[in-house]
Write a protein that binds this ligand. Structure first.
Ligand SMILES: Nc1ncnc2c1ncn2[C@@H]1O[C@H](COP(=O)(O)OP(=O)(O)O)[C@@H](O)[C@H]1O
Ligand SMILES: Nc1ccn([C@H]2C[C@H](O)[C@@H](COP(=O)(O)OP(=O)(O)O)O2)c(=O)n1
Length: 238
């Protein structure tokens, strides 16, 4: 799916647990376009640094690792695989250890322009190959792809985000599990907010609040924004 002239570029940002990854994959799948999980890139770099014995406090060493990161990332929303230097790290990059360390890499200001440029390059390649791309993260609507046809801030209340992440990681959203999830969700968002703005929609970015939506309803809400933006672009072309 694309407008007459250009591929369909969809940028989605939001805080942890708002539904970015799961909703973006479903949207890409429904539209038949590729998918880019930019958070997976920060996670893969964190895994690589720890694997190589790079001290995350050594900012220059982490920047050097970013410049040479041997990353393989699948683009199929229905088959997401992440590889680093020949190792399949699809599962390893989601561990609590990586989740608790990744902000140290993501807030390294020397790292960000390197991964942001890599993300632009990947988005362009995916869009050329599949006619479009859904890319999600924290700064896609504002820094990586501010000219994307569709730009969405996916939000949800703190309570909804904690409940979802807790159910996902601990299999339950009882009080104990919710408390254990707070660091992964709220502390990380606070740290990440120091380098990206993903709590308030920038100019031209449409907010989709999923707090009271089920998963399928969230996907439909995003698809409705896409349809509306594509319709507007088509009218502008005539
Ligand atoms: N609207 C929704 N309603 C209920 N659960 C949702 C919704 N959106 C996402 N989820 C679930 O919440 C969890 C976190 O979603 P995820 O896509 O990983 O969020 P993010 O990428 O923003 O951190 C997943 O288990 C996902 O299936
Ligand atoms: N474009 C991006 C994407 C992710 N990040 C950071 C923020 C997060 O702490 C990590 C991991 O992102 P990820 O989207 O996997 O995190 P969640 O699944 O939403 O919890 O990377 C970023 O700074 N910029």
């Amino acid at each position: 799916m694309s407008t007459a002239e250009s591929p369909l570029i969809i940028a989605i940002d939001g805080p942890s647990g708002s539904g970015k990854s799961s909703v973006s994959k479903a949207v890409a799948s429904r539209l038949g376009v590729g998918y880019l999980d930019t958070g997976a890139m920060y996670r893969a770099l964190t895994w690589w640094c720890l694997d190589q014995g790079v001290d995350l406090a050594d900012e220059a060493a982490v920047v050097a690792a970013a410049q040479t990161l041997p990353l393989e990332l699948s683009t199929d929303p229905d088959d997401q695989r992440v590889g680093v230097g020949g190792s399949d790290v699809t599962v390893d990059i989601r561990t609590t250890e990586i989740s608790s360390q990744v902000s140290r890499v993501a807030t390294n200001t020397g790292v960000r322009p390197i991964l942001q440029q890599a993300q632009r390059d990947r988005m362009a390649a995916i869009a050329t190959a599949t006619g479009g791309v859904v890319a999600e993260g924290r700064d896609i609507t504002t820094v990586v792809a501010p000219d994307a046809l569709v730009r969405i801030l996916l939000t949800a209340s703190e309570e909804a985000r904690l409940r979802r992440r807790s159910a996902e990681v601990h299999g339950t959203a009882d009080e104990e599990a919710m408390a254990a999830t707070r660091d992964q969700v709220l502390r990380r968002d606070r740290d990440d907010s120091s380098v990206s703005q993903f709590t308030v929609a920038a100019d031209g970015v449409v907010t989709v609040d999923t707090s009271d939506l089920g998963f399928d309803e969230s996907v439909e809400a995003v698809l409705a924004v896409v349809a509306s933006r594509v319709g507007m672009a088509a009218r502008d072309e005539t």
